[in-house]
Design a binder for this molecule. Structure first.
Ligand SMILES: NC(=O)c1ccc[n+]([C@@H]2O[C@H](COP(=O)([O-])OP(=O)(O)OC[C@H]3O[C@@H](n4cnc5c(N)ncnc54)[C@H](O)[C@@H]3O)[C@@H](O)[C@H]2O)c1
Length: 265
């Protein structure tokens, strides 16, 4: 396994499950010391048992600035620095615009957008104090570009994460800090379990995905680590779609009407 992150300290906000866990595991395998901040204590314990040395789980709610600040301070105090950070925590309370309660809008936007802002703020402050530069990767969504029925709060928050990423890239560039976003399509995680448990819903999704399948969390972690690594040393302010070509499939599948390809090699 490549050891691109040997000697580096990484922070993963929302690192106890799904995409965040896949990022934490891969960072650890590639040599990083990893602090994962999350609200799920049991899941953090399980990852601590799995990964052992060079992994530390910490309870923190990304919607509370004091928690975020404490997580970054803990990484710095215990491990000496914060070199790379991933803002991954997210979830939504869906509802059509005409139905959506203010509290449900606030829940989703606070978690998915304010949480990323707070993460970036304190991660960048620490990287600026160190004067070593650093990298930040935010997990947005294909829904930053594509609306979804009953998804207004999530879609708006994820579009905000993409914009916030570009703003961070602009403001932090002079400090040697790169900021990028990953926009996943459909990924098999606990967050999307309800889609996978419903064969009709899953079929409706997969029909729109040219690669014909959802992603595994590891397939999001790998491009996220690429953006955080020296392999992406001139990439900042970018949005990387990781969606099995879903974003380019807006039009219905015309193959049944066009007939087969004539070229046969
Ligand atoms: N799964 C997908 O299909 C998909 C697609 C596009 C984008 N995303 C995004 O990827 C990110 C990760 O999603 P996932 O699918 O891995 O979900 P997940 O539910 O498996 O993991 C999310 C993690 O965030 C943690 N979390 C939730 N609220 C928190 C809070 N307030 N503070 C700290 N941690 C908190 C959870 O405990 C959990 O460990 C989210 O931002 C999600 O919107 C997921």
């Amino acid at each position: 396994m490549d050891r691109r992150f040997r000697g580096k300290v990484a922070v993963v906000m929302g690192g106890a499950s799904g995409i965040g866990l896949a990022i934490a595991r891969r960072l650890h395998h590639e040599g990083a010391t990893v602090l994962a901040a999350d609200v799920n204590a049991d899941a953090l314990k399980a990852v601590e048992t799995e990964l052992g040395a060079r992994f530390h789980g910490m309870m923190a709610d990304v919607t509370h600035e004091a928690h975020v600040e404490a997580a970054i301070a803990a990484a710095t105090d215990q491990f000496g620095s914060v070199d790379t950070a991933f803002n991954v925590a997210g979830a939504s309370r869906p509802g059509y615009i005409v139905d959506l309660a203010e509290a449900d809008w606030d829940f989703t936007v606070d978690l998915c957008l304010k949480g990323v802002f707070l993460g970036m703020k304190h991660q960048a402050r620490q990287m600026m104090r160190q004067k070593t530069g650093g990298t930040i990767v935010n997990i947005a969504s294909l829904n930053a570009h594509v609306p979804m029925h009953a998804g207004s709060a999530y879609v708006s928050a994820k579009a905000g994460v993409e914009a916030l990423t570009k703003n961070g890239a602009l403001e932090f560039a002079e400090h040697g800090i790169r900021v990028n976003a990953v926009l996943p399509g459909l990924v098999r995680t606990p967050l999307t379990r309800r889609h996978f448990d419903n064969p009709d819903a899953l079929a409706a999704f997969v029909e729109r995905i040219p690669m014909g399948r959802p992603a595994q969390p590891e397939e999001i972690a790998a491009p996220a680590l690429f953006l955080a690594s020296e392999d992406a040393s001139y990439v900042s302010g970018a949005s990387l779609l990781v969606d099995g070509a879903w974003a380019v499939s807006g039009y219905p599948d015309m193959r049944p009407f066009r007939g087969p390809v004539r070229w046969n090699g």
